[in-house]
Design a protein around this ligand. Sequence first.
Ligand code: FE2
Length: 252
Amino acid sequence: MKKIAILGCVHADFSSVRDFIGAHPDVSEVVCLGDFGFWFSQEEAMKDTTMWRKCGHKVRTNIDRLNSSKFKTFSIPVHFITGNHDQYDYTSDEVSKLKDLNIFPLPRVGIITKFGINIAILSGIFSPVKFEWELHELSGRLKRFYTRTDLPLLRNNDKKHISLFLTHEAAKGVMPTGNKSKNRKETDQGTWVPAYILDILKPDYYMHAHHHINYKHTGVNDTEIYGLGLLNRDKSSHAIITVENDSITSVE
Ligand SMILES: [Fe+2]
C-alpha cells in the first residue's frame, strides 16, 4: 500500500511543496498537475511574461539557489506534468540535474504505468488554432498547447484499465460555475478535448489543475473528479490517493 499526493499548480513556490511533504510523512511521492514553474534559465523564464510578472522573483531565487548549489533536494520524488507556465524542453544535463534534486518530468501525453496503476496524461492547454497544428511545428513556449497529433497516444488500443487521468486544464462539463469565488466563472471554463478523452477512457479518477479552484464532482460515467487549486494560496490544493493491489482504493 502506498500513498501518492496529486498537487495543483505550484507556480515556482517550491517551499509550498516542501511544507506539504513535511506535513504528510505517509506520502511517498508527489505529482504536480502543471505550472510547476521550474526553470534553469532566467532568459527562458522571462519569455513567459505573465508568469514573470506574477512570480518572477520566486523563479529568480530558485535559479540563484540552483547556480549556487543551495537548492535543496526534495526528500521524496516530485513528478510533474506541464501546464501553461513551465519550461518545456530540458537538455540531458538538465534532466540529470533534476534527477539529482528528486524531480522527474512525466511524459507530456500518453498512458503510462506508474505507482502500480495505469495513468493517462494530457499536459498543456487547448487553443483552437494550435490544436490543428502538427506536434513538430510547436517549439519553445508553443509547447504549452496540445495538438490533434497528440491524441493517438491516448487511444488505449490495448484497452487497459485506466485508474487515473491527469490533465492541466479542465474537461468541459465538470467544473462548478457561479460567482462564489473570484476563480469561479459564470461559464464553464473546461474544454472539449479532455472531455472527449475522459469519455473514451472512463478512468476511475480524473484530476486537473489550472483554474485554481478546489472541488470534487461525481457524475461523468463512474469517474470521480477533482479540481485542484494553487498550492501556495490554498493548502488543501491536493488529493492523496491510496494505491493497493494495482488500483486506487481511496482518495482523501
Ligand atoms: Fe496555474
